[in-house]
Unconditional design. Sequence first.
Length: 365
Amino acid sequence: MRSVFGVQSSVFRVQIPMSWVLRPCRAGQVIGSRLVGVVLFALISVASLPALAEGKPLSILDERFTALETPVCMEYEVGYRLMNIELRRIGNIVATTTIGRWRHRITGQEVPALFVDMKVDSPDNGKPGERGRISIHDRIVAVLTVPDLQALVFAKYTDEYLNPLIGRTVTALSWSMYDTQSGQLEYESRELKTGVVSTNLVNREELLKLSRRIRPVMEFLVGQYKAPSQDQAVLDKGRIVANMDGNVVALRILTKREKSPSCLDRPRMDSMCIKTVAERGSSVRPRDFRAWSMTFAKMAEMLKDADLAKAARTAPMETIVPMAVDYELGLGSVRCTMTSIHVGKTPGIGHTAIVTKDSGLIVRE
């Protein structure tokens, strides 16, 4: 996937530029690396990082972040679909967004930041040492500046075992990190079983530009939700470049009003469907991606949740929240459906605020 969503700490939604996950699309991997492909959009140099503690992937990033506000948590169910029928429930996604301070790797200073933490888990069979045919336990972390939403860090820990009925068994145990804190895009990945390290990355400059485009794209989406426009000057803001399997391609973001799939224990709701397509004249055919979304403020109003409404009012900027996401595979598709959104961390996920409004990070009335 190659778009950008956000849900501020209050809800900068999940979508980070998943376009940075440069891996072939397989049914199980799409969930972790393409999902929510949610907002979605960046990056850390790890030459000096200590080995990741077993059972605590990417913990070095947790240590650099101090939460100042209560996180917003979004939960999704993930299913495999064929001919519009869900054939298998694959797992769950829990994403938290928290505003706080990030200790900058270069300057050592603490800067206002948004910490996006997404965990993807499939159910295990409970037998020690055994995994199901699709066993995924991934974690994705993104750190963005506040309020301009420039991506500082994107990291992914992958722990996947895929044993299809047809084809060979595939296992993956690795992590990869990208970093823009030096002003350049630095990258490293490590295969944990073999110890093989890679720092090769194509199109660094284009990916660096993409990491700076999150806020403009978010503003475009919010504007289209509030007042849809076909004006070319407006639509130009919905153009992005994305890294698809190592190739930088130009894409357009299309939006239209339509009913969402059922989610949040509710029937189909009015929403804005977001779709990415190739630029006119391009020979590229990106996989079909659709996200049915609404603004965070509208969702809080619809759910009549006072805590969410307060979070929306005090957010650094307005954001779009995906309620359901479809991503095309070679055969069938993956659908992520929101089951819950609430203020407060889910046990085992996210950060606990240790400083409140007196911290001076963001002045709130």
